[in-house]
Design a protein around this ligand. Structure first.
Ligand SMILES: [Zn+2]
Length: 224
């Protein structure tokens, strides 16, 4: 299915007819409805039908299918008719299945269950830490050959430079090991020997320090 942006005037036509495709928005919405439905049942709530709608928020986008033989599904709508569809649904599903108290309980349970997925990737895929390619990758050519000099990362291969190429490496570290890192671990993972350089980089990135001196640990956050 595609959504085309309508042209405002003829001379803008070349820009106006850029298409953006969406693969099976109905299927995507159905999957998103199926998961909470299962979750609620697994947590002791009664079976409830979750009806779905795929809403295109920009009303100036023209809905069009990839072929004339394919019709636009009833579930795919523009946001300006959402209110009327909700009214239709209220008429269709007029039987109360759970109380307001249960609904609040479900909402609170969903909120507390919303936790990042903690997976030990190395263990899951049987990877030895020694097999990881460490160091700071060049954002331009992808080589793991960046060296820190004059307060900047320099790529030995393509000679580009970056002030914050280490952030991507730290993001990788978080995904592999979690969000805590010592200065020693940072030096090993980023392949930069200077304790002081690492201290400065971590401070500049705004990571909180827990502990004191050699026992201090950085509380990491994903940075882009
Ligand atoms: Zn490079």
């Amino acid at each position: 299915m595609t959504a085309q942006k309508r042209g405002r005037s003829a001379h803008k036509k070349s820009y106006a007819w850029r298409k953006k495709g969406y693969k099976s928005p109905v299927l995507q919405a159905k999957t998103q409805g199926f998961r909470p439905q299962q979750w609620l049942q697994n947590h002791g709530f009664p079976y409830m039908i979750i009806d779905i709608l795929a809403v295109i928020s920009f009303t100036d986008k023209l809905l069009k299918t990839s072929s004339e033989k394919v019709t636009i599904p009833y579930e795919v709508i523009h946001s300006n008719i959402l209110l009327f569809r909700i009214q239709e649904l209220e008429e269709k599903f007029n039987k109360k299945l759970i109380s307001m108290d249960q609904l609040f309980k479900a909402a609170n349970m969903l909120k507390t269950s919303h936790q990042p997925l903690a997976v030990n990737i190395l263990e899951k895929y049987g990877i030895q830490p020694d097999h990881l390619v460490k160091g700071v990758f060049c954002p331009e050519c992808g080589a793991v050959l960046m060296r820190w000099a004059n307060k900047t990362w320099h790529c030995v291969k393509c000679h580009c430079y970056s002030k914050d190429a280490h952030l991507a490496a730290i993001n990788d570290y978080i995904l592999l090991y979690g969000n805590q890192m010592t200065n020693k671990q940072a030096r090993e993972f980023l392949k930069e020997e200077s304790r002081h350089v690492l201290k400065r980089l971590m401070k500049k990135a705004g990571f909180t320090i827990i502990g004191y001196k050699k026992g201090s640990i950085y509380q990491l956050k994903m940075r882009y």
